[in-house]
Design a binder for this molecule. Structure first.
Ligand SMILES: [Zn+2]
Ligand SMILES: [Zn+2]
Length: 367
């Protein structure tokens, strides 16, 4: 078992203007720490953020994506820590490291989407019940990463909904008398009591490889790649797997058979990778990893033998093909190289499946 990747250390805050400011736990997300600090003072997270940023409805935004330097500075001076210690709890530096293009306001590649509306969130947060049982319960950075679906320490599936009322995890809506992040905001169920299910080693291969890539060891097949190129290649392959499962032509079926890759058991919903539920993402990325672990020369031979078209491995919009996969791309049947939005190629998904997936997200936000 590879060592779990860590994002930032615990920070004890002894110079805060607030008497019960909670320490920033190892790898904790900004929102999680703000919620715990608010509840420790017997006030709502909304009240605390209104004190820190009086003219900004902070909790209506996805705060964990990062703060402007002014806002981070306001928080750091009240909490008694440095601006960088605040920034370390946010996702923007990770998104920049893995993104193939500058990150904008829309969905960030590989960062789970919260789908915020006012204080409500449709999805996008995960937790390990056993980690919640062990110490002060808090939400970790890894719980927002699309390639994380198993706890590296306990090897159990993460949960992204309350097992009791099925609402999405929305700690920003907790209120006193709750004193920590350990319960469902809606029904009060303690997540530490959730039933757990072990993951097997093969479920974790993509997750481990992606974490290792962020540590600087980016390998797909036998090919060394940059971090951004590795994640771009992974994005192209997962798009291929989803399209292949929806439109299994004779040549695509033959390719999957040759590579030992299975069609997805669940019909793709049409939602972007970053909006999929835990198990759906895990299934997709397990098959993605099977393709990625092949030597690039073998992949090129298989694609060439079955005349795979260039459009079957679409580049995300605005991205350029990395030189590290040029051998594979040259093996594809010529034709205009098509740039597609993420999730594109899924236009053939029946409208009912798409509508149902969106309705489920809406229900889990609006309860
Ligand atoms: Zn755990
Ligand atoms: Zn609940």
């Amino acid at each position: 078992m590879a060592t779990a990747y860590t994002w930032h250390p615990r920070v004890d805050l002894n110079h805060s203007v607030w008497p019960r400011t909670q320490p920033i736990m190892e790898d904790e997300l900004l929102t999680s720490w703000l919620v715990r600090t608010a509840l420790a003072h017997g006030c709502s997270p909304l009240a605390l953020t209104s004190i820190i940023w009086p003219k900004w409805r902070a909790l209506s935004c996805d705060l964990d994506r990062g703060l402007s330097s002014d806002r981070a500075s306001s928080l750091a001076s009240l909490a008694g820590c440095s601006v960088s210690e605040v920034s370390n709890c946010c996702l923007d530096s990770i998104a920049e490291a893995i993104s193939e293009r500058p990150i904008g306001k829309a969905t960030w590649p590989w960062i789970l989407v919260r789908g915020n509306r006012n204080l409500r969130s449709a999805a996008g947060l995960q937790l390990c019940p056993l980690c919640f049982a062990e110490g002060p319960p808090y939400y970790r950075i890894s719980g927002r990463l699309a390639w994380h679906f198993s706890c590296p320490r306990h090897q159990v599936w993460l949960i992204d909904r309350c097992p009791n009322c099925w609402t999405s995890l929305q700690p920003q809506r907790l209120l006193p008398p709750d004193q920590d992040c350990g319960a469902c905001h809606l029904c009060g169920y303690r997540f530490a009591l959730s039933p757990v299910e072990s993951t097997c080693e093969s479920d974790m291969l993509f997750q481990q490889a992606a974490d290792e890539c962020l540590s600087g060891h980016c390998v797909a097949g036998s090919q060394l790649m940059t971090t951004a190129d590795w994640f771009l290649w992974a994005r192209m392959v997962q798009s291929f797997i989803r399209c292949a499962s929806l439109h299994p032509t004779q040549s695509i079926s033959a390719i999957l058979r040759d590579l030992g890759v299975q069609m997805l058991a669940t019909s793709p919903s049409g939602l972007a990778l970053e909006a999929l539920a835990v198990r759906e993402r895990a299934e997709l990325l397990a098959q993605t990893w099977k393709v990625m672990s092949f030597d690039h020369e073998i992949l090129a031979q298989v694609f060439r033998a079955h005349a795979l078209s260039r459009s079957a491995l679409p580049l995300p919009r605005g991205c350029h093909a990395p030189s590290s996969i040029s051998g594979i791309l040259e093996a594809l049947q010529s034709g205009a190289s098509r740039h597609r939005k993420s999730g594109a190629g899924l236009h053939g998904v029946p409208n009912v499946a798409k509508a149902w997936a969106r309705l489920q997200r809406k229900f889990s936000r609006d309860g």
